[in-house]
Ligand binder design. Structure first.
Ligand code: C2E
Ligand code: CA
Ligand code: CA
Ligand code: CA
Length: 278
């Protein structure tokens, strides 16, 4: 038995070293990436299902790594959450997203919401509301067009979350709960939190055409949202059939590859202009 363990240990060890090395390497690359502004934002539209009009965009961060190419957030966000670099990165994302939305408004695009994801560490950051308020002032972005996306897990300590959310609401921004349905929000908390929107997690949308219980989940969340006077967006919509079922379930907004993948700012702008002409 002991021998087997030793063998497992020996065969596992080089990989551990490799992983630890990769992590260190990535961490120093991240610091450099922040200094050299190697990050970019991709934008994905949120569409009103009744009118077909674009009501907003979600900003999703990417890293243009000098050797490894364009990296999706899943490959670096978790590390930045562990080592604290999410704070400067998150601040960069907020500023860049606000600047972009302001630039689009100035260029004559119809005003739309700009959604930005917050991580747990950012959400708990000292004076978050003040920091965001000064970014809004510096960029000239009207607060009512900024939507901050948090996850259910951030609301697990409901007293702390209530306090932070009230401060954020006081500066005039919108709040949505991302990946809704995958966490453990208590409905009681949901009622007392000053949030504006629920975003139904992609997993329910993906399986709604195959699995009746997922379709029921969507209808349930939608009617819950209506009772609590919250908006609702379905995430990860890819097919006509999903759109049809979402409309049937009275879901007002959707986001997903069906409309557009997340794309760079200039592509989004021409896509949007072209779309509003036709
Ligand atoms: P999320 O906030 O749930 O964002 C939606 C993710 O689903 C995006 O992945 C998007 O590309 C993908 N997606 C959208 N529509 C579809 C669809 O129809 N089908 C499929 N299969 N996927 C779809 P992405 O860009 O890789 O982002 C992954 C996650 O990384 C995000 O999940 C979010 O939690 C996090 N993230 C992205 N940007 C930021 C950021 O600036 N700050 C923080 N803290 N987290 C971020
Ligand atoms: Ca999100
Ligand atoms: Ca989501
Ligand atoms: Ca997600």
């Amino acid at each position: 038995h002991a021998k087997k363990n030793r063998n497992e240990y020996q065969s596992y060890k080089p990989e551990m070293n490799h992983e630890a090395y990769d992590r260190l390497r990535l961490e120093s690359d991240l610091r450099q990436g922040l200094e050299q502004e190697q990050f970019t934002l991709a934008y994905q539209p949120l569409v009103n299902l009744c009118t077909g009009s674009i009501v907003g965009v979600e900003a999703l961060v990417r890293w243009q790594h000098p050797q490894r190419g364009l990296l999706p957030p899943g490959e670096f966000i978790p590390l930045t959450e562990d080592n604290g670099l999410i704070l400067p990165l998150g601040e960069w994302v907020l500023r860049a997203a606000c600047q972009q939305n302001k630039a689009w408004q100035d260029a004559g695009l119809p005003p739309m919401m700009m959604s930005v994801n917050l991580s747990m560490r950012q959400f708990r950051q000292h004076r978050l509301a003040e920091r965001i308020e000064s970014i809004l002032e510096q960029t000239g972005m009207p607060p009512q067009y900024l939507e901050l996306e948090i996850t259910e897990s951030m609301t697990s300590d409901s007293d702390i979350a209530s306090g932070i959310l009230s401060e954020l609401k006081a500066i005039g921004v919108q709040i949505s709960i991302d990946d809704f349905g995958t966490g453990y929000s208590s409905l009681g908390n949901l009622k007392k939190f000053p949030v504006d929107k629920l975003k139904i997690d992609r997993s329910f949308v993906t399986d709604m055409t195959k699995d009746g219980s997922d379709a029921a989940m969507i209808t349930t969340i939608t009617s819950l949202a209506r009772h609590l006077n919250l908006k609702v967006t379905a995430e990860g919509v890819e097919t006509d059939e999903q759109i049809r079922l979402l409309r049937e379930g009275n879901c007002e907004e959707a986001q997903g590859f069906y409309f557009s993948k997340p794309i760079p700012a200039n592509m989004f702008e021409s896509w949007y202009r072209h779309r509003s002409q036709t």
